[in-house]
Design a protein around this ligand. Sequence first.
Ligand code: FAD
Ligand code: FES
Ligand code: FES
Length: 494
Amino acid sequence: MDTQPLRFVRHGQVVTLPAVAPQRTLLEVLREDLHCTGTKEGCNEGDCGACTVVVAEPHGDRLQYRAVNSCIRLAHSIDGMAVWTAEDLAAADGTLHPAQQALVDSHGSQCGFCTPGFVMSLFGLYQNHVGTAISREQAQEALSGNLCRCTGYRPILDAAQAMQALPAAPVNEAEVLSKLQLLAQEGRASEADSAYIPPRTLPELLAARARHPEAQLVAGSTDVGLWVTKQLRQFGRVLDLTRVAELRRVEPYPHHIAIGAAVTLTDAFAALVADRPHLAEFAHRFAGLPVRNSGTLGGNVANGSPIGDSMPLLIALGASVVLMRHGAKGPRHRELALEDLYTGYRQNVMRPDEVLAWVKVPKATASEYARVYKVSKRREDDISAVCLALALHIDQGVVRRASIGAGGVAATPARARQTEAALLGQPWTQATVNHALQVLRAEFTPLSDMRASSSYRRTVLGNLLQRFWLESQGTIATDLQQLHPCATAQEAAP
Ligand SMILES: Cc1cc2nc3c(=O)[nH]c(=O)nc-3n(C[C@H](O)[C@H](O)[C@H](O)COP(=O)(O)OP(=O)(O)OC[C@H]3O[C@@H](n4cnc5c(N)ncnc54)[C@H](O)[C@@H]3O)c2cc1C
Ligand code: FES
Ligand code: FES
């Protein structure tokens, strides 16, 4: 089966690689084919950030830069983009890039494994904040996907805030954009039956899905990438939906937001947070930035992990999914409530020729009180042990509507219908909550696994409902954001 040549811009030059197999990762291509061993392999599963590179695509008349994990990113997914590795930053005369120099100046460079990844996350941050100051929070966000095992974060964060003050080292965007434009115009020979199919339009995607239902469908490959690196799976053919123009859009409507299946988690959460600012903390805790920069909301929902984070939230908010397939008379679609997508552990109602095209999320209303809680072993870059999302509509002290999504407590993301029934029509009081939390604890039979025991999960479920009640009463001390463990005794005093 033919594979089209892989083409991208690196160091101002077009790189063309023939015959790259569909499941090869970007990291393999960089290290093994291009011998760029500056980009490191640590965990090979998106966790440590040692393999971080920056990719860029045209966005209007500028470039949009994104730090991503090259270890789980399929190489062909960057065709037609620009890429930078830690070896591409220093000037020809050896002058270090500000991201590198600041790391040296701040004594932030320690082991040779993590440092290239930290440098690339800093480079992504630098390019996205040209000429503007970087706050500590922005630095932490940018480095959320980079692990340092020697506890050297403080100097690295210092470097992030210091690099903009050094002499500027701008990317020659005009040159990169013109090369990318040439690649786009050049196009590729017919890809409809190739080993890596990247359709550009929705009809093309649906036709390819119908013609090749056996092909491995991928979006950001932050789940699929691990099947390649950890389970050593081979794919005869890959169907990549991330180039489909219609599915790369977030579309606002009067009563809902439609998020296309190719929209990254970064952009999808930005849209959700714009409508419901209280989701910012939850969005920040979904994996780390490089995973959110590649992974999609559609991929999270379609993958259907019982501990996937977005689904409890989407269930509580009343989201639906639009499934599409190719039909003789044009595209066919059906829409269903998100919780109705799942039939069992990682199983769903999607036909082999169908794709999840849109996630539709109702907009917030004035009467909604909604919160989502994630309990995980690690605060950053970790998936949930338990996730609980609640959306209540309370009118004159009475619960008029309740929708509750739960993760980590059943074989699929689940809706807590019995608990909803226990709340509906009841006065919003501690007594009602006391009863509902018993119902919630009894409603599910969670598994014990490496993340948590069954009884812990049950206990936590009820505790989170109690927390929701307290927060609805204006108690904010339950919010971890309010705790400052590093504060001195004097600072912590009321
Ligand atoms: C380090 C790390 C941390 C993570 N942290 C979290 C976390 O905190 N919370 C969490 O929930 N998840 C987490 N994940 C899992 C993963 O990032 C998410 O599930 C992500 O949303 C998957 O999206 P994707 O686009 O990468 O999907 P892919 O990996 O491309 O696809 C996943 C599956 O969905 C299918 N699929 C994708 N798109 C569609 C579509 N449109 N229609 C039909 N099928 C489709 C694919 O065929 C595949 O079976 C983490 C992953 C890593 C590597
Ligand atoms: S090697 Fe650890 S994130 Fe890629
Ligand atoms: S910089 Fe590598 S362990 Fe800290």
